[in-house]
Design a protein around this ligand. Structure first.
Ligand code: PLP
Length: 388
């Protein structure tokens, strides 16, 4: 028997996130010619609007790739083999900076901290102070560490760098528009993000901002990659309002619609909504006698990581949620793979999605032997919603 409810799914992973009807309709438009005046107007418009979300007047380039492509561009366009960099490492995605730097022959000095806690600005300050000859070319940090549900204090991390010549590079793939990030006011040289998070689109577009200081460093980069060359992207945008290669043009049509929705809601309201989603989720988690991995002060507004309840297999939790209730949540990643599970609440997520998730999580945990009191988490979430 066909299951008519099969596609009535609630996607509660920290990206890809659900796509609003308005954006889906825009995505259903006929294919776009990418060497036309209309496309140039589209690219110009969405580039400007993404800059507004980035809070930047720096160059903003749109790449056809997932977020990792922009991370790779943030390494390949600025470093040469043998260059020294600092990576603040407190999670699985921060580790990716290390891997990409190493793939390009750079030498990362890793400032590691516990997964589930914020990166320590003082530790970064010490690492930079030890760099007496100012050899460090770049500092790589993560805004929102999706693998641990921690939002790092990017402003404080940037502040300790002072006027060190290293460029300051931020992975804000799951943080952009979710939590405050002031690219220009905080002096962030390179910031990367991706379409499948708060931009409410399918995966496939990545955004990268580049400051004048970063362009200076780029001048000395000998092999900035062909496909991910930011010089080529900038030249095409400046001269022709186009992209060097075929862009994901249909996604850009969708992006125009999602950016309109974001402008209608307003950046401050979007961030406030995400903060409310975080608070509702955490209230429910605690009422279910579960423990969030991150402290309140560090807690991400994009995703809540929850410690494994007793010795229950976190993959079973995600499995039952998917199979029985069609609610998709995530297990842990990297070294926390078996230690946590994660509920995403970024992008096009309403409080009612969280209520449904919590209700089904209670049933799932009960089935797995956790002494959940049915309704306790839901009631806590309801109370938090009423608090506003
Ligand atoms: C913080 C962070 N960095 C990097 C990535 C990688 O991005 P993508 O999967 O789009 O390549 C993700 C994806 O979840 C992420 O959340």
């Amino acid at each position: 028997m066909a299951n008519l409810m099969e596609d009535k799914q609630i996607l509660m992973i920290p990206g890809p996130t659900p796509i609003p009807q308005r954006v889906l309709r825009a995505l259903a438009n006929p294919a776009v010619g990418h060497r036309t005046p209309g496309f140039s107007r589209l690219l110009t418009e969405v580039t400007q609007k993404v800059k507004e979300i980035y809070r930047t007047d720096n160059d903003l380039l749109i790449l056809t790739s997932s977020g990792t492509g922009a991370m790779e561009a943030a390494v390949s366009n600025f470093l040469n083999p043998g260059d020294k960099v600092i990576v603040m490492e407190n999670g699985n995605f921060a580790e990716r900076w290390i891997k990409i730097c190493e793939a390009y022959g750079a030498i990362p000095r890793v400032v590691a901290g516990p997964w589930g806690q914020q990166a320590e600005p003082a530790a970064l300050g010490q690492a930079l102070a030890a760099d007496r000859d100012k050899e460090i070319k770049a500092v790589y940090v993560t805004h929102n560490e999706t693998s641990t549900g921690v939002t790092h204090d990017v402003r404080a991390l940037r502040a300790v760098c002072g006027d060190h010549p290293a460029i300051f590079v931020v992975d804000s793939i799951s943080g952009m528009a979710v939590s405050p990030l002031e690219t220009d006011a905080w002096g962030l040289d390179v910031v990367v993000s991706g379409s499948q998070k708060a931009f409410m689109l399918p995966p496939g577009l990545a955004f990268i901002s580049v400051s004048p200081k970063a362009w200076e460093l780029n001048k000395g980069c000998e092999a900035p990659s062909f496909y991910l060359s930011l010089r080529a992207a900038k030249k095409n945008l400046d001269d022709k309002k186009m992209t060097p290669y075929t862009p994901a043009a249909s996604l850009l049509v969708g992006l125009r619609e999602s950016l309109s929705m974001m402008a209608e809601e307003g950046l401050a309201n979007i961030q406030a909504r995400h903060a409310r989603n975080r608070d509702i989720t955490r209230a429910a988690v605690r009422a279910m006698d579960l423990t969030p991995l991150a402290d309140d002060a560090a807690a991400s507004a994009a995703v809540t990581a929850i410690r494994r309840p007793g010795d229950i297999d976190v993959k079973k939790i995600a499995g039952i949620m998917a199979d029985k209730y069609n609610i998709i949540i995530a297990a842990g990643q990297g070294k926390l793979e078996k230690e946590i599970f994660r509920v995403g609440h970024l992008g096009y997520i309403a409080a009612t999605d969280i209520l449904a998730t919590v209700a089904c999580l209670e049933m799932t945990l009960l089935e797995l032997g956790w002494p959940a009191t049915l309704g306790a988490g839901v009631a806590a979430a309801q109370r938090q919603i009423l608090r506003g």
